[in-house]
Ligand binder design. Sequence first.
Ligand code: MLT
Length: 311
Amino acid sequence: MTKPVVLLAEELSPATIEALGPDFEIRNCNGADRAELLAAIVDVDAIMVRSATQVDAEALAAAKKLKVVARAGVGLDNVDIKASTQAGVMVVNAPTSNIVSAAELAVALMLAAARHISPAHAALRNGEWKRSKYNGIELYEKTVAIVGLGRIGALVAQRLSAFGMKVIAYDPYVQAGRAAQMGVRLVDLDTMFAEADFMSVHLPKTPETVGLIGAEQLKKAKKDLVLVNAARGGIVDEAALYEALKTGEIAAAGLDVYAKEPCTDSPLFELENVVATPHLGASTDEAQEKAGIAVAKSVRLALAGELVPDA
Ligand code: MLT
């Protein structure tokens, strides 16, 4: 009997393959290579992706046997949910798998930006010992704004509270009482920009959030604002951010995500007050293991025609 085929379109943890077990034929392809993806997806029963593979209407139309799209992570912005539903293809993800890793990276970027870790490291490797040039600021007793108080935002709020920061948040979908339980004061967008010394973005990418932080908002920010985005590129307008950082409208930024990925030649990378990583929020052993196992289980259930419980 032929086994159902599962296509791994990106590198997933060994635990993923282990959790799938022996009942499937596993194939691999580079999902970021469009032609390769469109050829490979034709006769598979399930596809597993991270964020580099666009499972859009075109890819779904090319797939003749597809039953499941599994996103080994949280964000579903690279999967066309509407087209999947229309094609009768189930979409599963792992919504809690990497939230701790993403929160920890946001805090790391914040600390790195506040203490000039990236340029100081580069200078030292270059034989330069520059202690006064890289004088930084403390997080303690500063106000941090969490933009999006969902699962990851709440973990960042918790961690930064432990640093002695005052935590405010902008999230129109969260009740003030729920925020208060976390020791967080909800504010509107203008108040957030007026009060924040630090800001960390934790929103999904939707038509509503793209460009949410642009030139107009950045002009309202404090000059010493440190802005972190480890959520999705495009929520912070990159051209406006570059201008704000270059002209001293804000102090620094920590970035893990970009409007277009992969991204290797952004003008933002030329600025000393930017610390940047290549979409590493979920890239830890723990997160990859959890994400892989969670979606492998969902794929097994879905292909067996069984109910897939909410993760
Ligand atoms: C996510 O949405 O969970 C992350 O972007 C996952 C990833 O990097 O694969």
